[in-house]
Write a protein that binds this ligand. Sequence first.
Ligand code: CA
Length: 229
Amino acid sequence: MTQSRPNVLVVEDEPAQREILTYNLEAEGFRVATADNGEDALIMVSEEMPDLIVLDWMLPNVSGIEVCRRLKTRSDTRAVPIIMLSARSEEVDRVRGLETGADDYVVKPYSVVELMARVRTQLRRTRPASQGEVLEFEDISLDSDTHRVHRDGKLLKLGPTEFRLLATFMEKPGRVWSREQLLDRVWGRDIYVDTRTVDVHVGRLRKALCVHGGSDPLRTVRGAGYALG
Ligand code: CA
């Protein structure tokens, strides 16, 4: 399954560091968004939930620790892995002691190769769909290895686009996806597709999901987009 590229948010106030991180993460095939301070980072997370955050400890105004603490106390952002960057190992000890909930810590100056390995490790942990596990929502199950979708035990026939759409919805049930976000995730950012195309494929997905009966699990959120459940 060609899964959408994970998006990584880099929060780092030093432009050179930001550039190095962006360059290397993009080379790994990730989509990258950047913020140079904690406030912007928190706003950006609300606008588009990243799959992972690389977060510098020392930031102007709202510190990296505070950003981490806030995200880890919010139920909607708690599961997003955070890798904290810190200048010295004593700082790492302190950050650990503060119980910020960060998922990993990397000491500067870090090896880019090692940091990328840690990014991949965190993403493997939180993006089970890319590992061929079965996603379940109510009576729907999606197996990304075999590309099979069952509802109430019955096999459903889905086109590749509908399959990727459903996989995206099932990764985060309840989350409202805008048409633009679905375009990014399912079609890819570099491809020009009209947002109405999303409506067409969501319509097909709905039809396929209800072909053997059962209620429509997809919700149209007026002015916002679509959600599962
Ligand atoms: Ca810094």
